[in-house]
Design a protein around this ligand. Structure first.
Ligand code: ADP
Ligand code: MG
Length: 292
């Protein structure tokens, strides 16, 4: 068997990590890879579109119930993708990162991953704060490559810059390195250019730009990934292209994050550019849609 590839996908909450990850998993399974997707977000919905919206017991729920039957936390989804949700603490009690610690202990240290023997394991990790449990896939080099999903929103890029600081911190001691940035929800050229410029400034690369598309929402409402629900769409082709690139990608970047002040100056310049573009577009609509 070829060597197992383990990657982690980080990004700000709500930015499209689970959507992108599930489509990536689905596309990889279509080309014959055995995939395991591990949701590391207290939202517990990472793998829902791989299982027609049905939720599954989380690792944390199972631990809380005192059960030793960990086969109940691994459920097969689309194309037999192995789906796991780490889960989190009850709201208001304890650290959200505990779910990840528990899940990784179970899957990795107890040999569950070896037993199921997937070709690729993808951790879908909430990356608003890269602390405690959320840093584990990076810190221990558990994920050989880290990817990050971002839109052109300043706060999303701010979260990526923090992630880069985390990666840089552990880069000298065997931590996971950056495989690439995934630009998401792209609907304007300037958004793409902004993410591109951020990658250049931080000495990293963008692996794919994923357009914003209502097809994604349509499929999500049907409880499906775009790969399953709209396989003929251009959007599905973008996810397939991402899957091909990820599987072949050997790049490992040590990012050079911005200082906070420099990032804010950089952000202002780009936001002004986006505002100008928006103003022109609105004037176009007010002029009767002639665009002049
Ligand atoms: P996260 O896992 O980062 O919290 P999700 O993957 O759950 O975020 O996505 C949040 C919402 O954004 C979902 O409703 C999803 O359908 C939508 N979304 C994500 N990516 C796209 C896209 N490229 N086009 C349209 N909607 C998207
Ligand atoms: Mg998610």
């Amino acid at each position: 068997m070829s060597k197992r590839k383990q990657i982690a996908i980080y990004g700000k909450g709500g930015i499209g990590k689970s959507t992108t990850t599930s489509n990536l998993s689905a596309a990889l399974s279509d080309i014959g890879y055995k995939v395991m997707q591990v949701g590391c977000d207290p939202k517990n919905d990472s793998t829902n579109t791989l299982r027609h919206g049905k939720s599954i017991p989380t690792v944390m729920d199972t631990i809380r119930s005192g059960s030793n039957d960990f086969s109940s936390v691994i459920h097969e989804g689309y194309n037999d993708i192995l789906c796991v949700e780490a889960g989190g603490p009850e709201p208001g009690v304890g650290c959200a990162g505990r779910g990840i610690i528990a899940a990784i202990e179970l899957l990795d240290n107890n040999g569950v991953i070896d037993e199921y023997d997937p070709d690729i394991v993808i951790y879908d990790v909430l990356g608003d704060v890269v602390c405690g449990g959320f840093a584990i896939p990076i810190r221990q080099g558990l994920a050989e490559q880290i990817y990050t999903v971002t839109s052109s929103d300043y706060m999303a890029i701010y979260a990526v810059n923090n992630l880069f600081k985390g990666i840089l911190k552990y880069s000298g001691s065997g931590g996971g390195l950056l495989g690439g940035i995934i630009g998401n929800s792209i609907s304007k050229i300037a958004q793409r250019e902004m993410i591109q410029d951020f990658s250049q400034q931080t000495e990293t690369e963008v692996i794919e730009y994923v357009p914003r598309s209502p097809i994604v929402t349509r499929c999500e409402l049907d409880g499906k990934t775009t790969i399953e629900g709209a396989p003929e769409s251009e959007q599905a082709e973008v996810y397939r292209e991402l899957a091909r690139k990820v599987i072949n990608n050997k790049q490992k970047f040590i990012p050079r994050p911005f200082d906070v002040d420099d990032l804010s100056d950089w952000g202002s310049t780009w936001v002004n550019k986006l505002l100008l573009e928006q103003k022109t577009a609105i004037e176009g609509i007010q002029d009767g849609g002639t665009g002049v």
